[in-house]
Design a protein around this ligand. Sequence first.
Ligand SMILES: Cc1cc2nc3c(=O)[nH]c(=O)nc-3n(C[C@H](O)[C@H](O)[C@H](O)COP(=O)(O)OP(=O)(O)OC[C@H]3O[C@@H](n4cnc5c(N)ncnc54)[C@H](O)[C@@H]3O)c2cc1C
Length: 412
Amino acid sequence: MSEAAGPASVAVVGGGIAGFSAVRELRRRGYAGTLQLVDPDGLPYDRPPLSKAFLAGSLDRERLQLAPARWYADNGVELLAESVCKLNPGSAESVLTLSSGQEQAADVVLLATGARARRLPLPGMDLPGVLTLRTAGDAGQLRALMGPEARLVILGAGLIGAETAATARGLGAEVTLVDPAELPFERAVGPEMAGYLHGLHAAHGTGYVRGRAVGIAADGRALSVDLEDGRRLTATAVLVAVGGEPVTALAEDAGLEVDGGILVDRAGRTSHPRVFAAGDSARLRGGGSLSGRHFEHWDAARRTGEAAAAGILADAPPAPGADWFWSDRYGVHLEVAGSLSVPGRTILRGAPGPGFMTFRVADDGTLAGVAAVDAGTSVRAARRLIESGRAVDPAALADAGADLRRMARARP
Ligand SMILES: Cc1cc2nc3c(=O)[nH]c(=O)nc-3n(C[C@H](O)[C@H](O)[C@H](O)COP(=O)(O)OP(=O)(O)OC[C@H]3O[C@@H](n4cnc5c(N)ncnc54)[C@H](O)[C@@H]3O)c2cc1C
């Protein structure tokens, strides 16, 4: 199949960063066929600001959009503001059934249905004021409950819980995080960086309770959260931030292989030749360094969306790069690339605070991962070093005067 040819029509289900990136990449590669993007929310928007600037009220709904409405018209992308209820990849005329009852034909379907916020199997999850955070609507609801009189209890101190705590503090709320971990985020960034990040909560007046919630109850106009050890916390709002679970029902009902995500290869191909998948809803099957890993971050969703676009056109997908994500809390910008948990040794550069970096050097001497605070340029260089697979000099990594960009440029 040539780049510009490809299937006559493609329908993308889900307008998050994965679905949007796939559509953009199809057109960038010269695809000239019919292209539809189906999402009940209509215009695709971005999720990372939902716990940051959008929740804080400093970014409005229009600027949350991944592209303005005219971009879709200019690029011949038809937006359908609907939910897909059924996928029938064996059919020629009605591959998709929409919530309106309309049947939709498409030669190829890309599933980019993302993830939903995981709920806890606790009494009280459905009480008013008990929320999760995945959509712009969720963020709007949470913001409406914030302010100086608010007492927010957040169950889960991972990326979204910690960011929301920081934003809610900025809005004047009293905030308590509850998590069973002694040191949250340790696996993702290593103990040294996790320790620094964790300390920011106390420094900004956010409470941290090590424990596990067993129930939430309405207590007059307030809420109470009961912990396993008998403690009780009171709140005006509770955010349950315990991760996401991939949205796979369409794929499962259609008989596609699903195992903790819709199983795909590096070109986004599922077990059905007419169906591709990308983003948080998908998981790479077998083989390769990412085997079995479900990486729920923005850049992975963008890259897998683009790889699926290549796959749909029967082009080779771009070479996989090192995983990368960022997080913002209390004015601190964290970036992480690769893995900080592989066997090896940790090298520190600088002291906890702006410019602090931790590196994970694998047993074979190559750089496996980096986590850094307010050091985007250095992370980009370290990412190139990770991708190069070259052995690195630990002393140079530890030396804040050694230029990582020069190390990344050096010939092997
Ligand atoms: C609050 C928050 C903060 C985050 N912050 C960061 C961050 O700082 N850094 C980082 O790297 N990552 C962050 N992430 C993670 C990142 O946003 C996700 O990994 C990314 O959005 C995944 O993109 P996606 O397109 O796969 O899925 P999604 O963004 O979940 O999009 C999926 C879309 O599919 C649609 N859909 C689902 N089912 C159907 C159906 N049946 N029919 C039609 N449409 C359907 C949904 O409506 C949704 O719009 C954050 C996520 C959240 C929620």
